[in-house]
Design a protein around this ligand. Structure first.
Ligand code: FES
Length: 235
């Protein structure tokens, strides 16, 4: 039985027990980091990205753990602590908080947990908003304009509002203090990559090509969202 099936069966078991006897908390499955090949984050020239050079509260995008799966990289401008969240199937996990010298740098899959809207080179309906979006509930949210799901990147991308049923999947970063570099090495939480590849198979093969499902290994290029995407939609 693979990890996903195992967690799924644990959750199904937990749900059954909840219905039968109300033991949900005691029996909830626990999501654990899923390791992928390590990828050093580099700038557009291919040089290792300096974590302290990130502009606070600006949207950056890189791809991980697959060539076609985008991730938001954010320096929230303040330290962010670990926080407990859970997936739609009630797998609880402890998001480890920010990394870097100020523990302010976080990364989350940029694939909306509702209906998988994601940033492309042409348009992005999902992004971090430094100040409250038109229908935002607070400043500093990741907001998806499709149906207004809103996620708090300072709290493990938990859902604050909208139809999404679980946090954005976290991408775990390792900060090397001496070189001030960042390396992506794992995901944590509710992955939606299988659904993403099924839903966008044709589009991804046109936009990204035959390597869309290849695991990123070695390095991944970080770009400001406004350089990656021609039309970041605000709402
Ligand atoms: S796809 Fe993001 S809110 Fe529906």
């Amino acid at each position: 039985m693979d990890r996903r099936s195992f967690l799924g069966s644990c959750s199904a078991g937990a749900a059954g027990l909840t219905a039968a006897g109300g033991f949900q908390d005691a029996w909830a499955a626990t999501a654990r980091p899923k390791e992928y090949p390590r990828a050093l984050l580099v700038d557009e020239r291919g040089e290792p990205l300096k974590a302290s050079g990130l502009k606070p509260q600006l949207n950056y995008v890189f791809h991980y753990p697959f060539e076609a799966t985008p991730v938001f990289l954010l320096d929230l401008g303040r330290p962010v602590a670990a926080y407990s969240v859970s997936t739609q199937d009630r797998s609880a996990y402890s998001w480890p908080g920010g990394v870097g010298r100020n523990r302010s740098i976080v990364a989350f899959s940029a694939i909306c947990a509702h209906q998988l809207v994601y940033p492309t080179k042409d348009v992005s309906f999902i992004s971090f908003r430094k100040t409250r979006a038109q229908r935002g509930v607070q400043d500093g949210l990741i907001h998806c304009c499709a149906e207004h799901s809103q996620y708090d990147p300072a709290r493990g991308a938990e859902v604050l509002s909208g139809p999404a049923k679980q946090p954005l999947c976290a991408v775990l970063l390792e900060h090397e203090p001496k070189a001030d570099t960042l390396t992506a090495h794992a995901t944590l939480g509710g992955e939606l990559f299988d659904q993403f590849f099924r839903k966008y198979e044709m589009k991804l093969s046109l936009d990204v090509g035959p390597n869309a499902k290849n695991a990123v290994a070695g390095q991944s290029v970080v770009r400001e969202l406004t350089r990656f995407c021609k039309n970041p939609v605000q709402c």
